[in-house]
Design a protein around this ligand. Sequence first.
Ligand code: 5GP
Length: 236
Amino acid sequence: MEKKELLYEGKAKQIYATDDANVIIMHYKDDATAYNGIKKAQIRDKGELNNKITTIIYEYLAKNNIPTHYIKTLNEREELCKKVKIFPLEVIVRNYIAGSMSKRLDIPEGTKPENVIYELCYKNDALGDPLINDHHAVAVKACSYEDLKVIYDLTKRINELLIELFKGVGIILVDFKIEFGKTADGEIVLADEISPDTARLWDEKTHDKLDKDRFRRDLGHVTEAYQEIYKRLGRL
Ligand code: 5GP
């Protein structure tokens, strides 16, 4: 597979074309941003660690029949993936209250609701990725109601599988963000990374934060937290 031109550069990753029109290379950078790009830094080894962590998670999800864009990991920073048309949606799942929901509704972080909370954000930097509902998503043509049904069904299964995976290594899956895309043949698949950049992961005993909140909130030891997640998942 030959690496060709840069197609897209995001905050934490680059997407390259390949000699196959239906396949791309996803390259993980060490760049980190928070608060809609206001806070910026480089986190040592983050790209490599997120590539490794995403690889473990995607291989586990694929084994459990979740359709994904992932094909294989090429090297320390790159994955080969199916080219998809990404829905401009962030699907957020909350098993515990934290972050923006905690602030918006004044509920203490770490509160466990009786239900699982699903949110949609419209991926639009100029608008700051606003929280929207299903009807907004259809109205702005981000997806159809049929797409949403598939997306929610997959999201529910992914959450159950990830809770189980992290529980096995002593980690509470507090919340996470995922994205979906459509392949050339119309299949809806999970896309983008799943890593401490996109999920809140707390040690089950100490409730230590082992995720990007260490960067967002200046808690220090960011690389070490990501290393800890990789180390624990690597033990499986
Ligand atoms: P919150 O809405 O509380 O800020 O985020 C909820 C969850 O989704 C957290 O695990 C957070 O890491 C993830 N998340 C939400 N928006 C984004 C985003 O724009 N980028 C990344 N990397 N993660 C996000």
